[in-house]
Design a protein around this ligand. Structure first.
Ligand code: P6P
Length: 361
């Protein structure tokens, strides 16, 4: 037991990534990327915690509408710039896409950025502060990040976007728009009662907790595995009447103990994806934002929310579906494409998939 305790006690994120790189030399450059993510998440955690102080410069709205048509909060802009800068200075990113950016940002061919780019090996997609509208109420928020490899022959002339990109340039955009199965890494940072950083490099899901005395993320949840069955549903149930019938049927059965597991489910919904997914990973459950008659593709975005979170969930032994398709297998057609998502405990997700199949969907 002592060896086990010694082996995982005090393993910081930096040490974990260095050990990964020693065992997997091809992942060496990811160490640099996660060094930047480590620092950025600590800085964002600090900004979120201090955001409600009267002296805070980050209170309120930016007075802009983002590409999502949402009122941009000052924190949205500040955290987006912070993460963009942290990633740019690694010199390892070719292109990045963000919820807060209208189009992908090409760091290689944009003059002022090129200075910092040693290689454009990676593409980074992120939502800098998901659930930011909750921050004023002290409700958990999070950062979601996905990392792909970049096609060396790609460059984007931004002026063409939305006008007349060449096939090669569209390929580049497509190159940014890759299916979740191409992800080499994914991570989220949850700003809550603790600050957690949960990541996968494709070999399991590992959770770290920020030790504020140390100023380091420390390994706290090695090789996370979500319970295969559960008794927690996590949806915005105000939309139930608009869902697909198969989902209405399954959730209705779970509520009355008539589902496959015979368990009666309770409901937990924060309205902040990172918080809801983190609880689901730890306690088991089914989290979802399904399509409905008002929004057939639901609300969550595929590229920088659905795919990275599905990668993390699958690597923890869970599953993630639209009801009819594995979320990670969907290739985005455009950066801000939305996708229906139902993810969580494997056996419960199977029950949803079977209901859709039985309905001929
Ligand atoms: P609703 C937050 O705005 C968010 O994008 C996700 O974090 C969250 O899961 C969802 O929207 C909540 O949406 O419609 O239930 O408020």
């Amino acid at each position: 037991v002592l060896d086990e305790v010694c082996e995982t006690t005090g393993v910081t994120l930096k040490r974990y990534m260095n050990e990964v790189a020693i065992l997997n030399p091809e992942m060496t450059e990811l160490v640099t990327l996660f060094g930047a993510i480590d620092t950025a998440c600590k800085a964002i955690s600090n900004l979120v915690k201090r955001s409600q102080l009267p002296s805070s410069e980050t209170l309120g709205y930016q007075g802009e509408i983002n590409v999502q048509g949402e009122d941009q909060k000052k924190l949205d802009v500040i955290t987006n710039d912070l993460l963009k800068r942290a990633l740019r200075f690694t010199g390892r990113i070719g292109v990045l896409a963000s919820e807060e950016e209208d189009v992908p940002v090409d760091l290689v061919n944009t003059e002022k950025e090129a200075v910092y780019t040693e290689t454009d090996k990676y593409v980074c997609v992120f939502d800098p502060l998901d659930g930011s509208s909750n921050v004023d109420a002290g409700i958990p928020t999070g950062t979601i990040i996905g990392i792909y490899e970049h096609d060396e022959n790609c460059s984007i002339d931004e002026e063409c976007v939305g006008v007349d990109c060449s096939a090669a340039e569209l390929k580049c955009l497509t190159n940014t728009l890759q299916p979740g199965t191409n992800l080499v890494a994914a991570a989220y940072c949850l700003y809550s009662s603790s600050t957690f950083l949960v990541l996968t490099l494709g070999a399991g899901t590992y959770g770290f907790t920020l030790d504020e005395n140390l100023g380091e993320f420390v390994l706290s949840h090695p090789d996370m595995k979500i319970p295969e069955t559960s008794s927690i549903i996590s949806f915005n149930e105000a939309n139930t009447h608009m869902w697909d019938e198969p989902l209405q049927e399954v959730v209705g059965k779970w509520k009355t103990g008539k589902g496959k597991s015979g368990k009666s489910f309770s409901s937990r919904y924060i309205g902040s994806m990172v918080g809801d997914v983190h609880r689901t990973l730890l306690y088991g459950g089914v989290f979802g934002y399904p399509g409905d008659t008002k929004n057939p593709n639901g609300k969550l975005r595929l590229l920088y929310e659905g795919a990275p979170m599905s990668f993390i969930m699958e690597q923890a032994g869970g599953a993630s579906t639209t009801g009819t398709q594995r979320v990670m297998e969907i290739t985005p057609e455009f950066v801000h494409q939305r996708v229906p998502i139902i993810m969580g405990s494997k056996n419960d997700i199977e029950e949803v998939i079977e209901a859709y199949k039985a309905a001929g969907k």
